[in-house]
Design a protein around this ligand. Structure first.
Ligand code: PMP
Ligand code: GLN
Length: 379
């Protein structure tokens, strides 16, 4: 078959999780919580399953859940969304990203991707006939190089995909980033897909600024989020997209033929669970403890690092220690030391190797301590 995605193989997350399992290594590679969601949420799901909420949900999501999401947006950003017209529940942020790209990208349109970039962005662009235009983030802090973004904009640019807090780098956008992006696109027909799946996970008092909080960006942006990260339920594959009415209307045309609707009993359970905002507002503090513990322990390892500003990932550098490629090192650490990570080069289209690894610290303290003990050996 003449592949539509000739460059794409099995994702690194699948590869490294399997390697970790095969070698009985601690899996700090693929990003998922190593602990369970709260029992009350599980009870709610069983309750709705037993009460017979087992047929198709409404195409755009269960009404109560959309209302809870509107409340959340009001509480967090002081923005009142219209739940019926501006919120769509989908099967994970991955679907939201794909549907948003499909809604606006036509054959030959250029889409700016900031690298390192999450692995699902470029395939979504290419499958829609779009052309990815790559702009590297600044090293060492992975801030946005706005000069480079400006230079990358042409008459064909239709979309820019952003991610804050950032996977894998942890960079969190500033008000200046939002203002500069708005200035660059204001006189052009350029849309924005903003991947905000780590919206509740920022550190050291740093605040997540949703692109929705900027009046001009709000008109142009599909904000894509995931219940998976917020409620420790990555396996439920539920997410949502927030966008103004005209964009949401196009987004839903895609969603209704991708999956039509998403899992019914889980949507009802989440709607009831979210009536108490403290159930998602505590996350910064919860993950700050884990990031602090992980970074404290990293000081006793040979790696160099700057603590992440957000997300549940920590990058480390090893270029001062070894010439090995990041992929080789990630494989060797999994097999020999027993800790799996993700090589950061996989997030670059040309596998640029900055000699960095990504560790996921969304794990129980004992697991993190055990991993840190293993990582403190010489490389
Ligand atoms: N975007 C980023 C930046 C991610 O890290 C992930 C992985 N959780 C996703 C999107 C996909 O989210 P979901 O599992 O809800 O599809
Ligand atoms: N988002 C997760 C990560 O970055 C992986 C999700 C997946 O396996 N597709 O590790």
């Amino acid at each position: 078959i003449n592949s539509k995605l000739p460059q794409v193989g099995t994702t690194i997350f699948t590869v490294m999780s399997k390697l970790a399992a095969d070698n009985k290594a601690i899996n700090l590679s693929q990003g998922f919580p190593g602990f369970d969601c709260y029992p009350y949420l599980q009870d709610l799901v069983s309750e709705y399953l037993r009460k017979g909420f087992n047929q198709y949900a409404p195409m755009s999501g269960v009404e109560d859940l959309k209302n809870r999401l509107a409340e959340k947006t009001k509480i967090l950003y002081d923005i009142q969304l219209n739940a019926e017209e501006e919120i769509t529940v989908v099967s994970g942020a991955t679907e939201a990203l794909y549907a948003a790209v499909t809604a606006v990208v036509r054959n030959g349109d250029e889409v700016i991707l900031l690298e390192p970039a999450y692995d699902s962005y470029a395939p979504a662009v290419v499958l829609n006939g779009g052309v990815p235009v790559y702009v590297s983030l600044n090293l060492p802090d992975f801030s946005v190089d706005w000069g480079k973004v400006k230079a990358a904009i042409t008459d064909k640019t239709r979309l820019i995909m952003v991610n804050t807090p950032h996977n894998p780098c942890g960079y969190v956008w500033t008000q200046e980033d939002l203002n500069t992006l708005a200035e660059l696109i204001k006189d052009r027909e350029i849309y924005v897909v903003s991947d905000e799946v780590y919206e509740h996970i920022t550190f050291d008092g740093k605040k997540h600024l949703s692109l929705m909080t900027h009046s001009l960006l709000r008109e142009r942006t599909f904000v894509c989020c995931s219940f998976g990260k917020t409620f420790h339920i990555t396996g439920w594959k539920l997410g949502y997209c927030l966008a103004p009415k005209d964009l949401t209307s196009e987004f839903r045309k895609i969603h209704q033929f991708l999956t039509f609707s998403s899992c019914t009993p889980m949507q009802y359970a989440l709607a009831e669970y979210m009536t108490e905002p403290s159930r998602y507002i505590y996350l910064n503090e919860f993950y700050q403890k884990k990031r602090d513990l992980f970074c404290e322990g990293l000081k006793n390892t040979p790696f160099k690092f700057t603590p992440a500003q957000g997300s549940f990932f920590q990058l480390v550098s090893y270029g001062h220690l070894s010439e090995e490629s990041d992929y080789e090192l990630a494989v060797r650490l999994t097999k020999e030391i027993g800790v799996a990570s993700i090589p950061v080069s996989v997030f670059y289209h040309d596998q640029k190797d900055h000699k960095m690894l990504r560790f996921c610290f969304a794990k129980d303290e004992e697991v993190l301590e055990q991993a840190l003990g293993l990582l403190s050996r010489p490389l």
